[in-house]
Design a protein around this ligand. Structure first.
Ligand SMILES: Cc1cc2nc3c(=O)[nH]c(=O)nc-3n(C[C@H](O)[C@H](O)[C@H](O)COP(=O)(O)OP(=O)(O)OC[C@H]3O[C@@H](n4cnc5c(N)ncnc54)[C@H](O)[C@@H]3O)c2cc1C
Length: 306
């Protein structure tokens, strides 16, 4: 990488309000609380800055890794080369229109957005209200529970890897179960537009609180995790298969299979990403030998852009 990275970092500091931290631990920016150091962690104030930073870095051939709230990723113990761009937050507020259209930057927290929508009397976020990620991360993953983010999403503005800004309609984003056109594309999701319904504020706020309370009961929230580890195989549930294979409570180092929800791996102290991946591999072997099902990872293994 030579002197190119320090040069681009100086340029970012001069031209934007982004916070730049060299050698920052990724464990502080991921909900698993694992990962080595990001060579440079860059936290822009909004998506305009993010877009400027990524285009300048790409032009210089500097690898850029994108992170939202870090709630669905496994960050490598060896750290990440180049720039890790943190897109968790924005100084641009969401805009609600009377016709139910909502425009929002990708860095906005989904939980805060769902709460704000309920407070403003807009419905539609209920099935995804408690998911602890950003709008951008949720679109990338087509995050959901009883419904998915794609159910209310109408448009996205994105920056392609060739530096072109494009608008995509819902249909063009090719959504499926935990998949979208963005997965593996290297594109940057900038802004999103949703179509919401109207409802009574008091009822929507009650629903929001209830959904979050139900999630607190259903999911183990007391230790760091990144949500469900494996995708649902056709006609079955990973939690059921993992429990049946006798993996509940199993551990590799400080990475342990939750005894409450078997499709969660928890970091009970000082787990590493190698521990988590070791446990993933053990679970897969045991489930495969018991039921013949090969579990596919839902969580994303972070790596630098080549
Ligand atoms: C306790 C817990 C419960 C959870 N429950 C659920 C659940 O019910 N349903 C569910 O679907 N998920 C769930 N998750 C997983 C996770 O919260 C979601 O997948 C979430 O949408 C990820 O968003 P994020 O901002 O954290 O993305 P990250 O984990 O930061 O990133 C995920 C991927 O998106 C990319 N990305 C992020 N932002 C952008 C952007 N602006 N442009 C381009 N790429 C981007 C990253 O590069 C990465 O590849 C849970 C996680 C936890 C910890």
């Amino acid at each position: 990488m030579g002197k190119r990275v320090p040069r681009i970092i100086e340029k970012i500091k001069a031209a934007t309000g982004a916070c730049v931290i060299p050698g920052c631990s990724l464990a502080e920016y991921t909900t698993y609380r694992v990962g080595g150091a990001a060579e440079y962690l860059v936290d822009p104030v909004n998506m305009e800055e993010a877009s400027w930073i990524i285009q300048n870095a790409w032009r210089e051939g500097i690898p850029v890794t994108i992170l939202g709230a870090g709630s669905n990723v496994i960050a490598p113990d060896e750290g990440i080369e180049g720039i890790t761009l943190i897109l968790n937050g924005s100084n641009v507020p969401p805009v609600f229109y009377d016709n139910g259209i909502l425009q929002v930057e990708a860095g906005v927290s989904l939980i805060e957005l769902a709460k704000l929508a309920a407070m403003e009397g807009y419905s539609g976020f209920e099935p995804i209200a408690g998911i602890p990620g950003t709008v951008g991360g949720a679109i990338m993953m087509n995050a959901g529970g009883n419904g998915n983010i794609s159910d209310i999403l109408t448009k996205v503005e994105a920056l392609t890897s060739s530096g072109r800004r494009i608008q995509l309609t819902n249909r063009e984003m090719a959504f499926g179960y935990r998949k979208s056109i963005f997965r593996g594309s290297g594109w940057l999701i900038l802004n999103a537009e949703f179509k919401l319904g109207r409802g009574k504020k008091e009822q929507l706020m009650k629903d929001f609180e209830r959904i979050n309370e139900e999630r607190r009961i259903q999911y183990p929230m007391d230790l760091p995790s990144a949500g469900s580890v494996f995708k649902r195989p056709p006609g079955d549930y990973p939690g059921r298969l993992i429990e049946e294979a006798g993996c509940k409570g199993m551990n590799v180092g400080d990475a342990v299979v939750s005894s409450r929800h078997a499709n969660f791996i928890l970091n009970r102290g000082s787990a590493t990403s190698a521990d988590i991946l070791g446990l993933v591999s053990e679970i897969r072997k045991m489930v495969y030998s018991r039921s013949g099902v090969y579990l596919e990872l839902e969580q994303i293994l972070l790596a630098s852009r080549p």
